[in-house]
Design a protein. Structure first.
Length: 295
């Protein structure tokens, strides 16, 4: 596969427009950097879906070679990252196992690396180039990293206990390996469009999501930026289940450590940008406009 040809075809137009904005902004704009992050990941993920077919999942017994217990496979669902397996343990509990596709992981990293090379050759101002490349290098390291996702899932599960009507699956480290992320399985339904939800309930969902993510930013510094309908389950009692925590960045620590110390970016200002973006997104949810960020 020619990653650079595919990058040029699918990713470069959007990236060029954003880089042009960045090139002419004074001083460095946190909002432009943030939108660069979101739009680039969106185009990269779409490119991976277009160019990297999903292969059959590995043999079930091979996935669980480190678990040491028997599980019964109930169903297999293909996802962007690989597969989601619904299994049952010997107590009759239903569990979810997230399994990454090595091919998709390699493709994701290859396209982000291509983006780094492109930015390096097309941004002339050193300070801005350094910041953007630092963000991309951070993404290459964190995107589709199960250990990082397990950390994010655990933190968000604790937060959800304080947000009425929001449920996050509990992580199950005893079943997880370096190849599998295990969590509790929560039953619920998906909808195709925000307009499929009643107006009052849609408003309530938007308020819950905003409260949930705001609390995550303020208490842990974690921002989960992969909010779309495929990652939401609606439960019969009206509760909202939020799944998939791989696309998360640490606004307060890790990302800022990667940025140059001589910039004016602070955790508070970056968090404010993120909250502003969240508010705009959830306002659109309330009026029924489908505005997905990734996928």
């Amino acid at each position: 596969m020619n990653y650079f040809e595919n990058f040029a075809k699918y990713c470069r137009p959007q990236l060029n427009a954003l880089l042009n904005q960045l090139e002419h902004s004074k001083p460095v704009s946190t909002s432009i950097i943030w939108h660069l992050l979101i739009e680039l990941l969106s185009s990269v993920k779409v490119t991976v879906l277009r160019t990297q077919p999903i292969t059959p999942p590995p043999k079930f017994v091979d996935l669980l070679d480190n678990c040491g217990q028997e599980l019964n496979l109930l169903s297999t669902i293909s996802t962007f990252a690989g597969w989601l397996l619904k299994v049952q343990d010997h107590f009759g509990r239903n569990l979810a196992l997230k399994v990454l596709s090595n091919e998709r992981t390699d493709s994701m990293h290859a396209y982000l690396t291509a983006a780094i090379r492109y930015v390096n050759s097309h941004i002339t101002q050193y300070d801005k180039k350094t910041i953007v490349i630092a963000v991309l290098q951070y993404l290459v390291k964190k995107e589709m990293d199960l250990a990082w996702e397990a950390h994010s899932l655990s933190a968000h599960h604790k937060i959800s206990r304080d947000i009425p009507g929001v449920v996050v699956p509990a992580p199950l480290p005893e079943w997880s390996t370096d190849r599998v992320l295990a969590m509790e399985w929560i039953e619920g339904i998906n909808v195709e469009s925000w307009k499929d939800l009643a107006t009052d309930y849609r408003t309530e969902v938007a308020q819950r999501l905003l409260s949930f993510h705001r609390k995550a930013i303020s208490t842990t510094g974690l921002l989960r930026y992969d909010t779309h309908l495929s990652n939401l389950k609606f439960m019969p009692n009206g509760d909202l289940t939020i799944v998939d925590y791989g696309s998360t960045i640490d606004l307060h620590k890790k990302l800022l450590e990667a940025l140059p110390l001589d910039t004016n970016l602070e955790s508070q200002s970056l968090a404010q940008v993120a909250c502003s973006w969240l508010e705009n997104f959830y306002n659109s949810v309330q009026i029924g406009i489908t505005r997905t960020t990734i996928g």
